[in-house]
Design a protein around this ligand. Structure first.
Ligand code: NAD
Length: 264
């Protein structure tokens, strides 16, 4: 810095700039893992949070903990979307599921279910909530994609297809939302320490005859430069940042939280 340059502003310690008081958020799949962490982070920043999940006990427990409102719906059933609120400022499309099988043996009904939950439901929810966001001149759509929205892995036809489709949907929402102060972005985590991944670790350990630690280091993290799983709270921090005051110009983006996987 030259002596004539203005001083660099000091970072404030408190996240007061992220204050979401007066904002309403809806998080799908908020009963567990990443969704629960997002719901907690948004509530801690002051938002009123709708906690959406098909697991009634989990949805109610999270809503009770964060002072939010539980909605017990199965997002695979398109008609249930009409039961959810339309008047939200922040939509986090997070609910998802995994199925691992060779393409030639992939159960067609499982493939279709994954598209319904991870593509069709986000489409219906964006369609339902965007008019309210547009009317208020501000909105944040955050789609929990995956490194598998950007890269493929064998045996994950349903998941990779759904996440690539979600990427496209997010970009269209970004273009249509931009004139109205509405952003739409994806976040793209590598392997996150959640029940969804714990189930994969158990299945892979059984399939390969190795222990869980080896599955993590030799299978899951083989393409990640950072050799650890990412925590749900780290994903939630990125989601919260996208809902903050400095990200109005960030839209149509896909933010890798993948330990360098896609850099290689
Ligand atoms: P999780 O299994 O811990 O939680 C998923 C939640 O979604 C559960 O509470 C479940 O009940 C709910 N859900 C599933 N199907 C639903 C339906 N039809 N209707 C309503 N709710 C439903 O999983 P997670 O790891 O927290 O995953 C959350 C999202 O993050 C998913 O979209 C997943 O693809 C994505 N993701 C996960 C990882 C990872 O490594 N865990 C990595 C990248 C992306």
């Amino acid at each position: 810095m030259t002596s004539g340059s203005p001083p660099v502003p000091r970072a404030t310690a408190a996240p007061e700039g992220l204050g979401l008081a007066g904002r309403t958020a809806m998080v799908t799949g908020a009963g567990s893992g990443i969704g629960r962490a997002c719901a907690s982070a948004l509530a801690a920043a002051g938002a009123r949070v709708h906690v959406v999940d098909m697991d009634a006990a989990a949805a109610k427990a999270v809503a009770g903990t964060i002072g939010g409102q539980a909605h017990v719906v199965d997002l695979a059933r398109a008609e249930t979307v009409a039961e959810l609120p339309a008047d939200v400022d922040i939509l986090v499309n997070n609910a998802g599921l995994q199925h691992v099988a060779p393409l030639t043996e992939f159960p067609p009904d499982r493939f279709a279910l994954m598209q319904r939950v991870m593509v069709h439901a986000p489409f219906l929810l964006i369609r339902r909530t965007m008019p309210y966001m547009r009317a208020r001149g501000w909105g944040r759509i955050v789609n929990i994609s995956s490194v598998h929205g950007l890269r493929a892995s064998a045996y994950k036809a349903g998941y990779v297809t759904a996440k690539h489709a979600l990427e496209g949907l997010s970009k269209v929402a970004a273009l249509e939302g931009a004139p109205h102060g509405v952003t739409s972005n994806c976040v793209n985590p590598g392997y996150v320490r959640t029940p969804l991944v714990e189930r994969q670790i158990e299945a892979q350990a059984a399939a390969h005859g190795i222990d869980a630690a080896q599955v993590v280091s030799e299978v899951l993290l083989s393409r990640s430069a950072v050799k650890r799983l990412i925590e749900p709270e780290e994903v939630a921090a990125a989601v919260l940042w996208l809902c903050g005051p400095h990200t109005g110009y960030v839209t149509g983006a896909s933010i890798p939280l993948d330990g360098g996987w896609t850099a290689a």
